[in-house]
Design a protein around this ligand. Sequence first.
Ligand SMILES: Nc1ncnc2c1ncn2[C@@H]1O[C@H](COP(=O)(O)OP(=O)(O)OP(=O)(O)O)[C@@H](O)[C@H]1O
Length: 302
Amino acid sequence: MTGETPPSVPGPRAGDADVPGRQAPLIRMTNGGLRYGDRILWKGLDLDVRPGEFWAVLGPNGSGKSSLVQALLGRRPLTFGSLRVLGADPRRAARHIGYVPQQGTAPAHDVVRARELVGYGLDGHRFGLRLGLRGRGAATRHRIDAVLEAVGASAYANAPLGTLSGGERQRVRIGQALATDPRVLLCDEPTLSLDLHHQRAVTELIDRRRRDHGTAVVFVTHEINPVLDLVDQVLYLAPHGHRIGPPEEVLTSRSLSALYGSRVDVLRVRGRIVVVGAHDQQPVHHPGPDAEHARETDGARP
Ligand SMILES: Nc1ncnc2c1ncn2[C@@H]1O[C@H](COP(=O)(O)OP(=O)(O)OP(=O)(O)O)[C@@H](O)[C@H]1O
């Protein structure tokens, strides 16, 4: 769709060789870390996000989930380690990354019409404003219409964003993120403050994209249950380090108690996960330089 050749993906990491047929990662972070001033948000992160995978990023307020998304977008350089997206510096891969931000528009976006916002996605002007759709070719207009239809937003294509409900706006934003045919989709709490019906609609749109096109999804959320059936890997960022693995390995009482440094109970009730004692509203205090990552001490990482 973009007419550009995407940057190539990296070769195998040590250990990949014993997994025949495994696709090369679209995102590879090696020993990644981020620090603001003297505060380390996270460090020692090794991520391999492969085509079609759905990653959920969980953790309490202030644990650095959005900062991780900013790093993957190439807006926030890592303090430690290395990051390649489609085998390149993330800024070079930006054209192939779709980004769905949190609810709540910048006021400047309120007057922008839904089809204009999708148009910015097509132009690669996802993060700024451009004026009007005049001068665009018929092919572009058709593409915008097709995207709006795919996300179920045709009915309000010409409505200013400020007049749409939260759920309607999120559909349009997903359209904007999908407009360039992204190979990686970064979603920062895209369902926050949506009702259950709209949460489901939004996650279905994202899931359909990865199933139909092999787009890798990184999905930041405070609420795992609406996406639990979709998740391949969880990255849990917490006060005492981080943990990576499938939900059944990461979301356990033992694992979360280690991550929070206090007793946390994980209960499974009718297919839902209930976490008791994780103090999600408590700001993260920072691991000192000698703090071990829970996944390193736990010894249960695959
Ligand atoms: N540019 C910055 N300079 C300094 N500190 C920052 C900067 N951006 C974010 N922070 C701090 O880093 C911490 C992590 O922020 P971030 O938004 O990544 O957390 P989060 O896990 O997404 O939180 P929430 O769940 O509340 O959205 C916060 O304490 C925030 O104040």
